[in-house]
Ligand binder design. Structure first.
Ligand SMILES: C[S@@+](CC[C@H](N)C(=O)[O-])C[C@H]1O[C@@H](n2cnc3c(N)ncnc32)[C@H](O)[C@@H]1O
Length: 446
């Protein structure tokens, strides 16, 4: 779907309104760009990802000549599954991403790659024959494989994996691994309604409960599932998405690449000091979304956990929750007065939660410093963030992060505020967290 709209007027109007009264402006992104609602646009839907950014937001901030121009460099230091990278390419900007989750880096790279459709179709044909005739024993290295997958499913998944591995062109192999990964959770015994895997059980609900029959149906379906056909369906749909991406990119020269596995190390990469024109990002929250745990089944089947524990893989995730006791004995000041006051209050009831919050802000400061360092003077920074709750208290993430960026020398140009209903995977995850309901989009300038 080609959308030619230019948003110069909207951006100008926000800048003027905010400069007059400094008040946050209420917006509704879905109403502003209805063409994108429910859109299967280019490669956005090749793979699910928790807390994916609403594509409308980068679309608005990229399709105008005020904040960036064709050919400019756009960075998302927390790129996740690559929503910003893809929208940047579609608006003919070159995009750069970083993410600590190896699954996110894989999905994002595949999303912005120009593949030859004929080659994808050749591999599709070959795989159709080879996976159907392949009868493999299950792969034993996956942690708790019997807990999460029925034996017949394990064998089919193993057959698909082994046949994809034989593809010798790495970029094409990665495309098929993304299709494979998108299948993994759907054919597992994990409850599809929850982001972090929780095993579905037939005795989960009492007789007569509205979800009892639904749960039994999921379990029944698993037993007769043809995983290989389901995989081929996903591949076919994703090839169509690549085709539509190629079509939209036909007259563009833009590209997208992943430069780092940590937003805190950007300056040593192909990004030089001050050569980025625009940053657009939606950072993680303190203890609110477990990206690595949500991806654990995928990471296992993709061999991305090989020889490592989940904890080791999670080490670089900002906002992580698991710390050893000796790590959280000391809580340093964050430099944000309101946050420090709140953290001291939280410490009295829950020292671990207080440490998670303080450490989150410290690590975010480090990450922001890197992004600001690579941003050119006069360049813009779009921050998408919400507030959340820690131990029943409101933790004003967006305010703290905005203050931090201002301490790094950026100036707020406007604030927008919108509903967050589309964050379907943001579920209530633990007693101390809360559902995020409103989100802020801030425009700042260096
Ligand atoms: C809100 S999500 C971004 C979602 C993304 N905008 C999308 O549309 O898919 C935040 C991301 O930050 C990543 N992250 C956490 N710690 C990080 C770090 N140290 N460096 C880079 N990325 C990190 C998480 O893995 C997660 O993918």
């Amino acid at each position: 779907m080609r959308i030619e709209k230019n948003f110069d007027q909207e951006i100008e109007s926000f800048l003027t309104r905010y400069s007059k009264n400094g008040k946050a402006i209420d917006v509704n992104f879905r109403r502003m760009i209805p063409e994108l609602n429910k859109a299967d646009r280019a490669t956005h839907l090749v793979h699910a990802y928790p807390a994916k950014l609403l594509m409308h937001i980068p679309h608005l901030f990229l399709n105008n000549n005020i904040l960036s121009k064709s050919g400019d460099r756009v960075l998302d230091p927390f790129c996740g599954s690559g929503t910003v990278l893809l929208e940047s390419c579609l608006s003919n900007r070159n995009s750069y991403g970083a993410d600590s989750n190896p699954l996110a880096r894989l999905i994002a790279s595949v999303k912005v790659r120009k593949y030859e459709i004929a080659t994808l179709l050749d591999y599709y044909e070959t795989l159709t024959c080879s996976i159907k005739s392949h009868s493999s024993e299950r792969i034993a290295e996956i942690i708790d494989v019997d807990y999460w997958f029925l034996p017949t499913i394990q064998r089919q998944l193993a057959a698909i994996y082994i046949e994809i591995e034989k593809i010798n062109q790495q970029h094409y192999r990665e495309f098929f691994f993304v299709c494979f990964s998108n299948l993994v959770k759907k054919v597992s015994l994990a409850d599809p309604r929850v982001s972090v895997p929780v095993r579905i059980r037939s005795d989960q609900y009492k007789d007569g409960h509205p979800l009892k029959e639904k749960t039994l149906e999921i379990i029944r379906n698993q037993k007769s599932l043809n995983v290989k056909n389901k995989f081929l369906e996903i591949v076919a749909a994703n090839i169509e998405r690549v085709d539509s991406f190629n079509e939209l990119q036909r007259h563009h020269t833009s590209s997208g690449i992943i430069v780092s596995n940590d937003a805190r190390s950007l300056t040593g990469t192909s990004l030089k000091n001050q050569n980025v024109d625009l940053v657009i990002t939606s950072p993680p929250y303190a203890g609110a979304q477990k990206y690595i745990r949500s991806s654990s089944l995928n990471l296992g089947w993709l061999r991305m956990t090989k020889g490592k524990t989940m904890r080791e893989i999670d080490q670089k995730s900002i906002g992580r929750e698991e710390y050893r006791k000796h790590e959280f004995l000391r809580i340093d000041k964050t430099g944000i007065v309101a946050a420090d006051r709140l953290i001291q209050e939280i410490k009295k009831v829950n020292p671990l939660r207080a440490f998670i919050a303080a450490n989150y802000l410290e690590e975010m400061r480090h990450a922001f410093r890197e992004s600001v360092q690579v941003l050119r003077p006069g360049g813009y920074f779009v921050l998408v963030a919400a507030n959340n709750q820690v131990c029943g208290r409101q933790f004003k993430t967006q305010e703290y992060l905005a203050e931090m960026l201002q301490q790094e020398g950026l100036k707020v140009k406007f604030r927008l505020v919108d509903d967050i209903k589309s964050y379907g995977l943001m579920t209530k995850r633990n007693k101390t967290a809360n559902i995020i309901t409103r989100e802020w989009v801030l425009l700042l300038q260096k």
